[in-house]
Design a protein around this ligand. Sequence first.
Ligand code: T4K
Length: 377
Amino acid sequence: MSDNTSLRPIAVTRSSMAPLDEYVAEIAPLWESRWLTNRGEKHRQLEADLQAYLQSPHASLFTNGHAALECALEALNLPAGGEIITTPFTFASTTHAITRKGFTPVFADIKPTDYTLDPEKIEELITPNTVAIMPVHVYGSLCDTDAIEAIAKKHNLKVIYDAAHAFGVKRQGVSAATFGDVSMFSFHATKVFNTIEGGGLTFTDDELATRLDEWKNFGIASDGQTVFAGGNGKMNEFCAAMGICNLRHIEEEIAKRKHAFEHYVERLGNLDGVKLLEIPDDVEHNYAYFPVVFEDASHTTRDEVAAALAAQDIFARKYFYPLTSDFACYSADFSAQEETPIAHDIAERVLTLPLYAELSDADIDRICNVVISCVNN
Ligand code: T4K
């Protein structure tokens, strides 16, 4: 947020970290207790802090967001081998969680407005084998949760939101953590809120809380019996301590990101040939990403901008190109171009510009000058 131009390479993001002395004070008691993991004091405190912040009766911590997503798919006891309707415009994790748990992803198209799953495309894909819907609040844009959950209710399907990008987002004061049967948040180093590595699930079902606690501790129940073949997904005390510290600064973090986001909008908002992310009036956003979609129907402008930025040591990213359905490991099975033309089109034209709390106005000006010059020539 300072006006100094940085000299270092500028990456798409940069981890936010609470002050070092604050973190040191938080972890110092661990040298006394020697309790480093397995649902320690920091773990319990962070779960409680997150329940309050995310307005959720349960916030279950995991080693990372992906493990949390896989665990949710197991713990919901969905019929084995079923189909899950999802979006291909996402990070690898969403689709990999589905396939690694033995389900079949069925890709529905996204909306051209906010790039989230289009509810109107979901119902036609439901078959007797459909067991769930897994939408993504991509870039922190909330899905059309009312429409999606109405469809799920009508067809008796579970809804698992990939809310990896939506930490702190609210619509009409209601937290992103409260939608669907389960929501998964990523607390990776690159996220608005980080625990170094980490993730969490939010939900209301008390029984699910017990199953998840057992799952992430090898299926061992509170009475010591091992009741099923669970895995190991426990967040350690150092990561939980990082989360406790970073959560104290979350409002400041989001305010700084908002400043950066709005500075981009000031510079690029009137530029013909680009579409910026629109934030609805009733949404409190977290300003997680700054995606720009270029009007050029081919990927030429997008690629030129990325190359021109890279020439100045500025590294924007093509989140999310290619679509997951076009990954080498899936492309033989799914033909996304025909089934999800909007997702395919956006993936060809999107570039995610650097956005993080410490990004200066002067750096944003440098980035915007490159974008403007490429688009106008
Ligand atoms: N669902 C969705 C929709 C997701 O986007 C993700 C993760 C998940 C699920 C799974 O959640 P986790 O299991 O990760 O909790 C990054 C992140 O690794 C990944 O968490 C994230 N999505 C994805 C969108 O972005 P890469 O491969 O682009 O990261 P990388 O290493 O290139 O880092 C990008 C930039 O971030 C670096 O150039 C500099 C900065 N950075 C990176 C690291 C690792 C830091 O400032 N500090 C760091 O420690 O995947």
